[in-house]
Design a protein. Structure first.
Length: 407
């Protein structure tokens, strides 16, 4: 066992593959079923939107704070360990039947303690300085593969035994993730900065205008995804599907994410990540229109196969574009900022607005409104991101990244 652990530690990319896979397996036992869990506890669609919006706010604030510290003082690997263990302890509270308020508070707390998991991408990108940066997609697809298998199995178990088993599935897997990262992903050693005593203090680099525009595109995409993905779960339930079909829908999406991510580097070499991001937005737009007019739960679930392609294109492109547009010593902050906008700030508006529109005007209006937002996201990306963004550190891949200055 010790020899195996040593071999995994000595091969950081292999360790990353397993880490991303464990993230997918663990998250698929919880995240797809949160709306159903809240419905079972008695919350309305509008209230669910409010809870998810508050959860996104907490995740946004805490995630940025941890990322700032990770770029300066703390080890991002150890913060991921903390997130896994803390999420396991908080999720266990779902086993206590605390009613509507108790369930809502636990979901918000889970979003807050899970926030450091967003640091896994900058951890991977730092290690990929000694490999092709396009290898990120081939690592990230392990999350989708783990998610696909786990979502189907979890949906089947929850369909037959009830949603009360969610904490008993998620908590041990989250704790296992934390333990695995502790054993296999050792903090990356950084070369200390040279002594610059007496030298003039360098000015803080400004955030590139292209990155600001791209974050605006991520915001629009995140709003549309929060509104559609969360309340599609409720729509599948209303149309006669249960936890099994909800889990299968999540697995359908992950199934098509895997081959798309496996070959996305070929598409990126030909078209660039900016075009891939916009193409993903276009696929989302067509899918949202289809969801607006379908009245069959199985068809709604099967459309997630198309969504998997869109997610792979937009998410991988967003990670690489953000890395290319962010100063090298602020990579963790840049990635956290992108994810905070996409999965933190945007879902506040998307969850609140989506819940209100779904409850008062119906799902069709909600899905059609999301098409306008996602179309704007693709257009903003095409305008704001350079056609071929430069990767600032590829030429010096063998040179260790300098340590960030301590404030």
């Amino acid at each position: 066992m010790a020899t195996y652990a040593h071999s995994m530690t000595s091969n950081p990319l292999r360790s990353l593959n397993w880490t991303y896979g464990l993230v997918g397996v663990a998250d698929a036992t919880l995240l797809p079923f949160i709306p159903l869990l809240l419905v079972e506890r008695g919350l309305s669609a509008a209230t669910i939107g409010l809870v998810l919006g508050i959860a996104s706010t907490g995740s946004f604030v805490v995630g940025l704070a941890w990322a700032y510290l990770a770029d300066r003082r703390l080890s991002p690997e150890r913060l991921v360990v903390l997130a896994g263990v803390s999420a396991a302890m908080v999720a266990a509270l779902l086993a206590i039947n605390g009613g509507e308020l108790g369930a809502a508070l636990v979901i918000v707390a889970l979003s807050v303690v899970r926030a450091p998991l967003m640091l896994l991408d900058p951890i991977a990108l730092r290690r990929l300085r000694q490999a092709k940066r396009t290898d990120y997609a081939r690592i990230r697809l392990r999350t989708s593969a783990g998610w696909a298998a786990s979502a189907v199995a979890s949906g089947a178990v929850l369909q037959s035994a009830g949603l009360r088993l969610v904490p008993f599935l998620y908590a041990p897997l989250s704790a296992l993730l934390g333990l695995w990262v502790w054993r296999s992903l050792k903090p990356t050693a950084l070369t200390p900065e040279p002594d610059t005593a007496g030298a003039p203090r360098a000015r803080m680099p400004r955030i590139p205008l292209a990155l600001v525009g791209f974050l605006g595109s991520c915001f629009l995409l995140g709003v549309s995804l929060a509104a559609t993905q969360n309340f599609l779960v409720l729509q599948i339930n209303v149309l006669g599907g249960g936890a099994l079909l909800v889990g299968a829908a999540a697995a359908f999406q992950a199934t098509t994410e895997v081959p798309t991510m496996a070959y996305i580097n070929l598409l990126a070499d030909r078209f660039g990540h900016r075009v891939l991001f916009a193409a993903g937005c276009a696929i989302y737009l067509v899918t949202f229109i289809a969801w607006a007019y379908t009245s069959n739960a199985l068809v709604a679930a099967l459309l997630k196969l198309v969504v998997g392609v869109a997610f792979a294109l937009t998410f991988v492109a967003a990670v690489i574009i953000t890395s290319e547009l962010t100063p090298a010593h602020l990579r963790a902050t840049g990635q956290a900022l992108m994810k905070a906008v996409l999965f933190g700030i945007a879902p506040i508006l998307g969850s609140l607005g989506g819940g209100l529109v779904y409850e008062r005007l119906g799902p069709r209006v909600m899905f059609l409104a999301a098409t306008v937002v996602v179309a704007a996201a693709g257009a903003v990306a095409l305008i704001s991101v350079p056609g071929r963004a430069r990767v600032p550190d590829v030429a010096a891949a063998a040179t260790p990244e300098p340590a960030p200055a301590t404030p």
